[in-house]
Design a protein around this ligand. Structure first.
Ligand code: GLY
Length: 428
């Protein structure tokens, strides 16, 4: 099987790393990839949203399976495009444009949850014409106020406003000043829920699904979960509060009803589903759906997955994913992201990198914002390289991750020193 993975982040490096280990996969291409994927697979100079070029590449290289790593091509309809193209025998492991609205439209996702009795925060959606209704609705709620741009906004479309003034201003910016372009022409206001956030992932072939290990990510730049949101500064899997009873609740109240709801809409959902959840005093509630794997969660979820990725893709292609027995490494896996100085605000790129020897064989380096520049590897993004490690518990895994962080050098290197500390406090 020849596989093309679309994307250039840490998640895509992990997917490529897993794909090259498969007995079922002969060739792995990554478009456009990074310096890490370049070492283990073949990078292709292609933009994932340039569908015509993706089709040409698939035809020229007899690609069997296409795995879109991030949401953009899916929400823009790559599955539908390929199905109507000459490359329609390529199996795309992702949802069609209609189903990708689970991530592409916050209102679609909320309405879907309401329709299927899936626990989530109460909400209303508003347009520019109904902005005064939106402001009145805010006044029926207590702070903090959660405002979400309906469409994709590069991870920046969610604002938690602490005061009514800030919430009103955010509504003006989103609905009247098109702060996120078309993505904020509609805004969802929802109740704020407190609790610990975590993520669960599933792979679906349209009729059957399997559940992958859960994880918790760390979104803020600053220690103690302070400062601006980032793409993710680290992750841990498994999550200590995920007892068998709590997992059963998640399956019964969220995962099963989601897939049943999708089947009822005659929406054969193919691909990954990322359930962004919150543990609200022992009750799981959905914060968001994504139609892809998470990043940096993939950096801890896929290393724990012992199954052959190619075999899973092949089973999915044949509608037999339900027969897969998910085999999970019981060890704890952590990842710590090294990021460019200044990220997530302005930062410089093109810094020379030195990547030393991993201090032991429980450590894996996954590249994200890196590229090759002649003989050297240089930084090319905010999140540069994730150091994933295994351990018998969170503490040991983190010791390994941080010993790996110490052998990565580039000017301005920054990272959080407290990944997983909240989870360790729960277990002591
Ligand atoms: N870790 C969050 C995301 O991938 O969206």
């Amino acid at each position: 099987m020849k596989v093309l993975i679309l994307g250039s982040g840490g998640r895509e490096h992990v997917l490529a790393w897993k794909a090259v280990q498969s007995k079922h996969i002969s060739d792995v291409f990554v478009a456009p990839g990074n310096a890490g994927t370049d070492e283990i697979a073949k990078n292709v100079d292609l933009k994932p949203t340039d569908f015509a070029s993706v089709v040409d590449f698939c035809l020229e290289h007899s690609i069997d399976v296409l795995v879109p790593g991030n949401e953009d091509p899916l929400v823009l309809g790559i599955v539908d495009y390929i199905a109507e193209s000459e490359a329609n025998n390529v199996y795309v492991f992702g949802p069609n444009k209609e189903a990708a609205q689970l991530e592409g439209s916050k209102e679609f996702a909320k309405a879907f949850m309401a329709e299927n009795n899936i626990p989530t925060a109460a909400y209303e959606a508003f347009l520019a014409e109904t902005i005064e209704d939106a402001k009145s609705y805010l006044r029926t709620k207590a702070a903090p106020y959660v405002l979400k741009a309906d469409g994709l906004a590069a991870g920046k479309g969610v604002v938690i406003a602490q005061t009514l003034e800030e919430a009103d201003r955010t509504l003006d910016e989103m609905l009247l000043d098109a702060k996120f372009g078309d993505a904020s022409s509609r805004v969802v206001i929802e109740d704020f829920i407190t609790g610990v956030e975590f993520s669960i992932f599933a792979m679906s072939d349209g009729d059957n699904y399997i559940i992958l290990p859960e994880a918790k990510d760390y979104k803020r730049i600053g220690e103690g979960d302070t400062g601006l949101n980032t793409g993710g500064m680290g992750a841990v899997s498994p999550v200590p509060f995920m007892t068998p009873d709590f997992m059963q609740k998640v399956v019964d109240q969220v995962i099963d009803p989601t897939f049943k709801g999708l089947r009822n809409r005659s929406n054969k959902y193919v691909g990954f589903v990322f359930f962004g959840l919150i543990n609200d005093n022992g009750q799981p509630k959905v914060i968001e759906y994504n139609v892809r794997m998470g990043d940096p969660e993939t950096e801890v979820v896929f290393p724990r997955l012992k199954n052959d990725f190619g075999e899973l893709l092949d089973l999915a292609r044949n509608g037999k994913l339900g027969s897969a027995k998910v085999d999970i490494d019981p060890r704890t896996c952590t990842t710590v992201f090294t990021v460019s100085g200044g990220y997530p605000e302005t930062y410089e790129k093109g810094k020379s990198m030195s990547i030393g020897q991993a201090p032991n064989n429980n450590i894996l380096f996954f590249h994200a914002g890196t590229k090759r520049n002649g003989q050297e590897v240089v930084t090319s993004g905010g999140r540069v390289l994730a150091v994933t490690a295994f351990g018998s518990d969170i503490q040991e895994a983190l010791q390994n991750s941080y010993s790996g962080v110490n052998v990565i050098e580039f000017e301005g290197k920054n990272y959080r020193n407290d990944i997983g500390e909240d989870l360790m406090a729960m277990t002591t």
